[in-house]
Design a protein around this ligand. Structure first.
Ligand code: SF4
Length: 254
């Protein structure tokens, strides 16, 4: 697979980024088990086309995506797209500026849902699906009830899942998959609705939020199968990539 001649290098360090991604996904599951969430197989109120991912997550999903499901995804149009990535959003807020609006679209049922109401790509589903939990059944209450600490953790993890996809992009799953398929054909153009990933300017938690700090420390110290810690490998791939600032049009705004 060839790469664009810019700092957008979604293929960069794929095996290492994949290892970090799997560790982050496993971490979410462990943390979620600490809560009394009522989510169960067959419950799918949260399964919509609001599927925002990094290109790393899209590629991970693509590794095991049956062709007919990919075709189903490509039939989608008019889906909502993000106006910023999580880390760009953090930067906007830190600088007291309003982030660009999301691009509106019709929110439909996710085409990766089976007729039985199960996720057809469950082991590969993106972070945006993995943090969807509720303490009450959504079909009764009409909406999820999520403990604030878990919401806070989810925000941190959205920042980290972007951070670890060094050289990658952020946007809707369908756009990200199309992008990978175009790259395979040698088309290196980055569509305007895919946004450059950024490093986290700061992680969104307050000094008094001990539980979030402790959770982050658990993730950072996590031992990976390669023998490195999560933080050690993350720092290594960031350092070897070099500066990333030129990835984003946002620098002009700031
Ligand atoms: S990918 Fe799976 S978990 Fe995520 S919204 Fe679609 S069906 Fe639901």
């Amino acid at each position: 697979m060839s790469l664009p001649p810019t700092l957008v290098r979604p293929d960069y360090a794929y095996p290492q980024k994949r290892e970090l991604l799997e560790a982050l996904y496993a971490f979410v599951e462990e943390e979620a088990r600490k809560y009394s969430f009522v989510c169960r197989p067959g419950c799918h109120h949260c399964c919509t086309t609001h599927l925002w991912v990094t290109t790393l997550e899209a590629r991970y999903l693509l590794e095991d995506l049956p062709q007919e499901l990919e075709k189903g995804l490509f039939t989608l149009s008019d889906y909502p797209r993000p106006g910023t990535s999580p880390n760009a959003m953090a930067l906007f807020l830190m600088r007291g500026k309003s982030p660009p609006e999301d691009r509106p679209g019709k929110v439909r049922t996710c085409p990766l849902l089976t007729p039985e109401g199960l996720c057809a790509v469950y082991p590969r589903r993106p972070l945006s699906c993995r943090v969807m939990f509720s303490r009450v059944p959504c079909e009764i209450s009409g909406e999820a009830e999520v403990p604030p600490e878990f919401l806070g953790l989810a925000s941190l993890l959205f920042q980290l899942v972007e951070e670890l996809d060094v050289g990658g992009l952020y946007g809707h799953l369908v756009d990200a998959i199309r992008f990978w398929r175009e790259l395979e054909k040698g088309v290196e153009e980055v569509p305007e609705w895919l946004l450059g990933n950024r490093e986290a300017p700061d992680l969104a938690y307050l000094p008094e939020e001990d539980s979030l700090r402790e959770a982050l420390v658990r993730l950072y110290r996590r031992k990976l199968s390669s023998g490195q810690t999560f933080k050690g490998l993350l720092d290594q791939i960031k350092e070897e990539f070099g500066p990333r600032e030129a990835l984003s049009f946002l620098d002009e705004i700031f």
